[in-house]
Design a binder for this molecule. Structure first.
Ligand code: ADP
Ligand code: GN1
Ligand code: MG
Length: 361
């Protein structure tokens, strides 16, 4: 992550009375730059999260921030009577001009959040309780936003989960082969073409549009250190209209295998059935009351679809020369694609059993 920003100077534009002490690059996100920033408040220190929004990817940061402002204030009102309510929703810190962002001289957009203390996000899942708690928190997030007042949220990235368009983009990357990498990804390219038929299934199933998170990676929920509860859903840049199953699918993609997203040893990548069961139970515990019969029917399939979509995106970025995701090595995106495709094979082997479980609940 880039240490190039003068976060102390950025921080002076926000309504924080305390004295800036230090900032450290934080987290393992692929898109934005995140910093943990420490301030002194007399004898104690206070932490905040500062983020530079990647405006090459989120081309309308003001619209994105309007979404986040609306969503976080709606959620805050809904949980205000619960214990520990301040740790249950992200809270934006205003800048001195009253807006919730600051634009620096290089035209970077910055925002600041209160730090959610005594909780952590994890890159890999290690217990069924973690999977249950994460899914319950993401389901609750959808439930609490079901009555978000009009107008419709902005599409911060249009067609974000339009899998057929993601496929077309992958196909284009194969055909243009701008950096000559296609020859080193032939098995993956073949794997993808063989599964083209699944791309349109959810879009043509007549499912209802909802307010969804759209990036429900396991590390986008903070789990409470003492209770294990999914206390706060974070990373709200892609909250916009979508299908509930995009969120459930991304949970299956990121919280059923014990491996990291860029694991090179593919023997470690596997869809662990007990984790899937915990995800379904956790998600239904909070979202069960509003999900339709049709949505339930595609719960297992959604995991395969979103893993496929992400595999296509990683592969397309590899073929295009790594222009979208942050990478630390030349084959990073190819390694990420391989884990997605390995996970799909594992899901395909267990899909019947996964569907039977869903039917039984
Ligand atoms: P990215 O879009 O790059 O994934 P995130 O918003 O997910 O960025 O933030 C990156 C990491 O920073 C998260 O995984 C989490 O560990 C931490 N984080 C983000 N927001 C907060 C917060 N308000 N309090 C504490 N930690 C946070
Ligand atoms: C990106 O920001 P981050 O790292 O949580 C991506 C998601 C992918 C994810 C894959 C805006 O999420 O769509 O699922 O990487 N976000 C965007 O790890 O493209
Ligand atoms: Mg994140």
């Amino acid at each position: 992550m880039s240490p190039k920003h003068d976060v102390g100077a950025i921080a002076s534009h926000f309504q924080i009375d305390d004295a800036f002490l230090s900032s450290t690059p934080y987290g393992s996100g692929h898109i934005n730059d995140t910093y943990c920033v420490i301030f002194s408040q007399g004898a104690v220190t206070v932490r905040y999260i500062f983020q530079r929004i990647n405006h090459r990817i989120f081309t309308n940061p003001a619209a994105l921030m309007e979404n986040i402002e609306r969503v976080t204030s709606h959620l805050a009102a809904r949980v205000s009577s619960e214990p520990d309510s301040l740790r249950r929703v992200l809270s934006l810190i205003p800048a001195h001009d009253g807006r919730f962002w600051h634009v620096d001289p290089e035209r970077n957009y910055w925002r600041a959040y209160r730090f959610i203390e005594r909780a952590r996000s994890y890159d890999t899942v290690t217990s069924t309780n973690q999977a249950f708690q994460a899914a319950k928190a993401f389901g609750r997030f959808q439930k609490l936003l079901a009555d978000l007042p009009a107008p419709r949220l902005h599409d911060t990235i249009p067609d974000f989960h339009h899998t057929p368009k993601r496929f077309a983009n992958f196909d284009h990357a194969v055909n243009s082969d701008v950096v000559g990498r296609a020859k080193s990804a032939l098995p993956e390219i073949d794997f993808a073409y063989k599964r083209h038929a699944i791309t349109a299934i959810l879009l043509t199933a007549g499912l209802p549009e909802r307010v969804t998170h759209n990036d429900t990676k396991f590390n986008n929920v903070m789990l409470d250190d003492s209770t294990g509860e999914g206390i706060c859903v974070i990373d709200l840049d892609t909250v916009m209209p979508g299908l509930a199953l995009y969120d459930f699918g991304d949970m299956v993609r990121t919280a059923t295998s014990p491996s990291l997203e860029d694991e090179k040893d593919l023997s470690k990548v596997t869809m662990q059935f007990p984790m899937f069961e915990a995800l379904v139970r956790g998600y239904l515990a909070s979202a069960g009351e509003f999900l339709t019969k049709e949505e339930r029917q595609y719960l297992a399939f959604s995991g395969k679809l979103i893993s496929f979509e992400m595999g296509l995106r990683f592969l397309a970025d590899y073929l295009a020369g790594d222009t979208y995701y942050k990478v630390n090595r030349p084959d990073h995106n190819l390694d990420r694609c391989r884990t997605q495709f390995k996970l799909i094979e594992s899901i395909e082997q267990q899909e019947g059993k996964m569907n039977r479980l869903v039917d039984s609940l």
